[in-house]
Design a protein around this ligand. Sequence first.
Ligand code: HEM
Length: 411
Amino acid sequence: MGSAHYARPVTASAPPLDLADPAVAADPYPSFARARAVAPVQWHEGLGLWLAFTHAGSDAVLRDRRLGRIWRDKEPAERFESFNLVHRNAILEMEPPDHTRLRRLISAAFARGHVERLRPWVEDLAAALVDDLVERSGGTTPVDVLSGMAEELPVAVIAELLGVPDTDRHLLRPWSNAIVKMYEYGRTTAIEESAERAAAEFVAYLRELAAARRRAPGEDLLSHLVAVRDSEGDRLTEDELVTTCILLLNAGHEATVNVSGNGLLALLEHPDQLRRLRDDPGLLPTAIEELMRFDSPLQLFERTATEDVEIGGCTVARGQKIAALLGSANRDPAVFADPETLDVGRTDNRHISFGAGVHFCIGAPLARVELQASFGALLHRASRIELARPARRRPEFVIRGLADLPVVLTA
Ligand code: HEM
């Protein structure tokens, strides 16, 4: 990779993102700002791919049809049989026409009122979780909002939507957590083995659950997907059915958990904005979008060039990878006024935390229902929320979130 590819040379004083640096994982935004000032797109030698730092660059990465999500089985294939299966058949990894076919089927299942049907249920659940936390805290004892609400709510919601029995719900998060660790850089063999084991167990579990719904259909999304599979057999394969459920279960909570955690922490660190939101609850919808912009839970998505593509003044050669850096794009001063400022009333907010283009998040309406319910419940049912001690961040870069968020809540 020659330096001729750079729009401007990347100098030693402006090193590209060092993902192994704990300070970068803790707060990547200063590095993003420095990188954006150097060039919109830069080659990252360590990762062996291009990085798009600007909004225009990241948006183009996600929308340009010559840049594809092309799944290549992880080798050795026998060691990653189940992990490969759940990716080879996942809508997220597909390109048209398979992507279009699957997206239409899943969107149709979602459009059957499943999300709106759940709204009151989600609001009741959020209220119950917050009340429990407030009672346990009693204005003095630290409680962890992350495990007590941020993690509980989205898992329960997506499980309810799909029709996973209550008694099995505790299985979902450990499986999902083990699988998504594979998307981070610097994986160990232990991480790979645990991801493969989780994928195998998850696939076996869903094959059985799909068979049970086939015998006795319910009103849930899984029953509808099974019906699609059976009535129009060649339009959704059995593997696609199982994989879609796994993707919905994983994507359905991994990011939402972290918007709750990152978002609440941002509000606690900006008490003027928390007060503003309390004083004007009508700001909740714009506040949710702003929290998603300010500290995006998903930081990086890769694409592969199917032909040479010019982007941000660089040529991404056929076969090379380029990644959109969503958190960096969301702080681009070319698109956002005062991008480093948290403004819960921000209206012109073109954040790309839900992606862009054909893979734009299918679950965005559901995520918004969940986030409005949980932040709404916290603000209405706890008159005071205070950080008990500094929250701990997880070290991963791609899925950005907290390990805990200890707060004291007062009724
Ligand atoms: C705040 C929470 C969420 C965020 C930030 C988020 C973000 C994203 C992003 C950035 C993408 C695009 C990835 C790419 O272009 O490669 C995506 C796709 C997707 N999301 Fe979400 N998501 C969230 C919640 C959800 C929920 C609740 C569900 C399920 C109910 C869901 C299901 C999906 C699916 C199925 C796709 C793949 C769509 C496709 O490939 O066409 N997401 N999400």
